[in-house]
Design a protein around this ligand. Sequence first.
Ligand code: GLC
Length: 436
Amino acid sequence: MATDLKKEAQDILNDNFQAGGYTIPCKGLYPFQWKWDSGFIALGFAHYDMEKAKAEMKTLLDAQWSNGFIPHIVFHQKSDSYFPGPDFHQAELHPLSNKQYPSTGMTQPPVLGFTLEKMYKIAKDKTDVLHFIKENIGRVYDNHNYFYKNRDPKNEGLVYIYHNWESGTDNSPLWDDIWETMNPPEYTFERRDTTHVDASQRPSKREYDHYLHIIDIAKEHNYDDAKIAELSPFLVQDPLFNAMLIKSNEALIDLYKIIGGNEDKVAQLEQWQAKSMASFNEKLYDNELGAYIHYDLRNERPIQFVSSSSFSPLFAGIPTKEQAATIIKTMMDKFGGDDMYLCASFDPTHERFNPKKYWRGPVWINLNWMLYYGLLDYGYDDIAARVKSDSIELLSKVGFYEYFNPMKAAYEVEQKGYGGGNFSWSAALYLDLINN
Ligand code: GLC
């Protein structure tokens, strides 16, 4: 069984890999290159085809802007199966955008630093991969520099996201109260996602109006970061996003030390790191909930909900031992019952929880993957083992879907996964999990 699944996972990745040297997340639904998907996908390839892993990283980095920004989608080829495409985003409005690669003008979690480090750890031929890292690490550093220079207006060491799509957790209930503060126009457009996936599993039309409106505001100001910080109705400090940045800072420091030299960069990274870690534990830790939370910078209020993002700081070594014990207890109390697979994407005890709807409840393999490594790092081997076996059980039961119903009882009624099938990061991270 396991061997077949391994072959199936490799077949999915090979099949989704495109002639242009990048991998689509899934056919039909997502026909381009996505930033954080690419990082996870590279890790899957690293286990059996390092050349593809390198190509994946390189293609994404080639689309970097001259200010260090890396876009969330690179539209390598035309496709009418996706909305909103390059004509809506118009990233070329930004004076420093990369005119060679049509893209969006927003980003996604900074996974590339730790992806490079993992590739190095996985590699059998370390010299070859180190050579690749030497050639590319500067571009990842520039990306971090972009974040600290442009996304931290109060100099707190915590960077903001200005769009829910930047979080990676697109339609999480976390954003519902922000939508309440906005009143976007009714857009007329043709959704394409709902031609691939049942509408009940995707965001609503009204949610899309909000998503498009934020982009329109950014476009009015040619995607200028300072203007976005001043005017975007969505401005959030996200613990998942910031944990990825911190994890990647650490990875860059480690890699620069292996490479040698670059003392100025290491010193800068260490400075960012110290500040970010301290602010993170001070501002994004909620004592009452016993979990990390998001902060709404536009409306100056904490977003007090527990989601799978609340536990992602474990992956970046951010919590103290005591904080780790508390958040893991919160996770097990709310998300970890025997009737559930770990780890739902949103608090299953909350009325906004929906086990079938995208980021409003389903299990996602990338978050489980982070949780697995985070739990191991803090010595919670048994819970880590459960996260791993729950993930593998879901993938074996229904296949390499995009997301999964966390309620065990649901599988007595029907054995099915949700969202897109043959989903690249589910396949890639499975390959990593079974190799650990
Ligand atoms: C969805 C997910 C996002 C992912 C993208 C491509 O939009 O919410 O996190 O990057 O699909 O897979």
